[in-house]
Each structure stands twice: as structure tokens, then as C-alpha cells.
Design a protein. Structure first.
Length: 165
């Protein structure tokens, strides 16, 4: 039995994740997304109401707890859904097809989870590399910044020089 965040969930499959976000012109903050990477609106509304008074670390802590709570609630909701009854058929071949398709779906789900885990790890590594490159770029001196096409005199400066001649 896998224990998820102290909640004792049997399946151990997360349905909510904590992610960092940096709005344009803002500080880094944290939010909660579901398994489809959509914002969990009730959690986001609650966090947003408290972001101005809490430090980013406090927001991250609450977001982590709320992601675990949302996962727990989703598991509870799924457990209490009415389960479809067994397929009743008299034909033996239909049962074999259903069993084969069920096994194939289970295999595809396992493969999907493995691929998603690998992609998340790659994304995390890429974000870390991106952050490190940004830090290196910020440490460069202005004289070491690469020259661009706009580094020459401005149009206004050219006009002023031509008028002075």
C-alpha cells in the first residue's frame, strides 16, 4: 500500500500537482494544477486571496498541502461513483475481446505514466538549465553583452549630427 502525503491513498496516483509560476513582471509563486495541467480553480482562488500577505515559501507550503487534499478528494469522488455492472454476454469470444482490450488499456496506462514521468523529469532539468543560463547572463558585464543591430547610434543622434555639420 502506497501512502501519499500521509493520506493513505491506495493507488498512489496524483491528480493534483504543485507548480511554480512567474507572472510577467511579478515574483515567483506557486499554484496547483490537475492531471491535465489545468489550474485547480478553487485552490487558485484561495491561494490568490493570501499571496499578498504570505511569503512565497508559505504559499508553496499551502499549495503542497492543498494539492494533496485535492488528490484525496478526487480519489474519494472516484471511489463513490457507481461502478458499471459486469458485461453479461453468452458468447465466449466477446469475453476474450473484452479481456484483451482491458489488458491493452492497462498496458497503455502504465506506459503513459512512465512516459509522463520521464517528460516531467526532462522538463524539470530543462527549467533548471534555463534558470542557470539566465543567472549566467545576468552576471555578465555590460561590455561583454553581445552586440546587436540596435547597438549603433539612434536615428535621432544621426539627425542631430547631420544638422551640426
Amino acid at each position: 500500500m502506497n501512502r501519499l502525503g500521509g493520506l493513505g491513498l491506495m493507488s498512489g496516483v496524483l491528480v493534483a500537482y504543485v507548480v511554480s509560476a512567474r507572472p510577467p513582471g511579478g515574483d515567483r509563486t506557486w499554484t496547483v494544477v490537475d492531471g491535465s495541467y489545468r489550474t485547480v480553480v478553487p485552490v487558485e482562488e484561495w491561494l490568490e486571496a493570501h499571496r499578498q500577505v504570505w511569503s512565497p515559501n508559505t504559499v508553496r507550503g499551502y499549495a503542497t498541502g492543498l494539492a494533496q487534499w485535492w488528490t484525496f478528494l478526487e480519489h474519494q469522488r472516484q471511489q463513490h461513483r457507481p461502478q458499471p455492472g459486469p458485461v453479461s454476454t453468452d458468447e465466449h469470444t466477446d469475453n476474450n475481446i473484452v479481456a484483451a482490450l482491458t489488458a491493452e488499456i492497462a498496458s497503455l496506462k502504465r506506459r503513459h505514466r512512465t512516459e509522463v514521468t520521464a517528460l516531467r523529469a526532462a522538463l524539470e532539468q530543462a527549467q533548471g538549465e534555463n534558470l542557470e543560463l539566465r543567472r549566467q547572463l545576468q552576471r555578465r558585464l555590460p561590455s561583454q553583452q553581445p552586440k546587436t543591430e540596435t547597438d549603433g547610434p539612434s536615428l535621432l543622434q544621426c539627425i542631430q549630427r547631420s544638422e551640426q555639420r
